[in-house]
Design a binder for this molecule. Sequence first.
Ligand code: F6R
Length: 568
Amino acid sequence: MCGIFGYIGKKEAKNILIEGLESLEYRGYDSAGVAIVEDDEIKITKRAGKVEELKKVLLKNENSGTLGIAHTRWATHGLPTENNAHPHFDSKKNVVLVHNGIIENYLELKNEFKIKTASQVDTEIIAELLSIMPEDDNLEKLKHVSKLLKGSYAIAIIFKNEPDAIYLAKKESPLMIGQDNDDIFISSDANAFKKYCKSFYILNNGDFAKITYNNIEFFNKNKKIYKKLNKFINTFSFQSNNKYIMLDEIFQTPDALRETANYFSNFKDIKSYFNNIDKIYLIGCGTAYHSCLYGKHYLNFLKVPIFTEIASEFRYGDYKITKNTLCIFISQSGETADTLACVKKCKCKTLAITNVPNSSITFACKKTILMKAGWERAVASTKAYSCQLLIFYLLRCLLLDKQPHISSLINAVKKYLATLNMETLSKNLLNYEKVMFIGRQGDFVTAKESALKLKEISYLNCIACPSGELKHGTLAIVDNKTLVFMIATQKKLMSKNLLTKDEIEARGGKCLIASCFEGYDIKLPHTQSNFLPIISILPFQLLACNVSILKGYNPDKPRNLSKSVTVE
Ligand code: F6R
């Protein structure tokens, strides 16, 4: 949620900053801006809209500065306008900064310090405070201001009186620094400078950094500190074949599954972590929460109770957690604020399942299982969801001392994707005003994930409902403008499912069944039941992507959703 990029080195900053922002666009893309120092003068260029809009003007500008900070925004306070876009100056133009996170007490601070701001964003208060702090030294000013701020922040700052330095501060929101000889890069995500650097530094909560040409210094609130370099863990890189990243990522699923399964051998000692536990909580948000729901199905042979929890709910609830409780946190990004807050609350056994090494949730948990889905850049999660389910399948096999059937799974997924065509159905869907996904047991999880995928990138009015629950009220909204997709993979429930279809059609609705049995509308492969959660979502991921494109949207950049939700 919001991406920060910075550069200081021997090259012209503007191209590097734009390239960095393009890599970070998955974190937000409603406005973007840069501040570049040229001849000791700080020049800001900002635009509302995608990074592309900024690029058009910036690359035409004459600006040979070699130090700059940049930002791509996902609006939290104030509209996505040019005025609200970062970087922000203070009113005296002493300080310019970019910020990721939320300053929760910015209104109180405005009142307390009698500050007037020019934009609607919380960020500006940081610039104003830095500008009025009495200390002579910029680092001391920054330490002082950070004590006043409540909330989360990653901040990169340039002071007018020290134009050859970038200062950084971090609390909760991620911030990393990479160095390649004379070139130093700053980013919210190390992947954005990975092509330049072999290793990188990670700022922890409460850390500050001062970066000048060729030099990086770290501090905490008391003293200078030294940090270790982190190596990039080789993530899988994939070829791009399609115009849209989301389509690429759906078709990368078999490779992502293979890499994840191979890498899982590094985590086999996790088995003993399941000894002597009294219960399990599976916690996540959005798609990752849906993985938790399936996780419960995969682990239901265990003799302890298993609970699934939405992180934004769990963080404020009362739970009976003991030192023998195992809390498993699922997060593709490893940075989701609600999930991270839950980790901090759990004084028990904690296990992270993430796709991003060195992410905040992996640091906060006692144990980690890392997936190898490769960098997921489309905002809507697809291949990472499949890999999360795979991890639960692998955990099931590990805990039951059974051999997983990885080649059969991957072959089944590959074969299915090669024949899958959702084009006609996607076009037909546009004739309906309402879309519903239904299913029973595990299939209801697929229904929930399918509905989320469709609504998040095509903005259609769609819901998910357990099939048997329809008759308890929801049938009231079924009419001849309603299309219902039923996921039906269990033979023993087929007669019940057909009754539900009749109920829908009696109200004029259209019901299409996705099943692994013959004679239904969307064919799923006939394969072992443990594979079906991973396979049955594929047609609906593709459907969502097709519908989004048919409606003229870019599925990779949906409105009102960011890849990494680092604010509450
Ligand atoms: C939907 C989607 C979101 C994320 C959710 C959690 O396609 O991507 O619902 O699943 O924001 O994100 P992570 O997994 O990074 O914690």
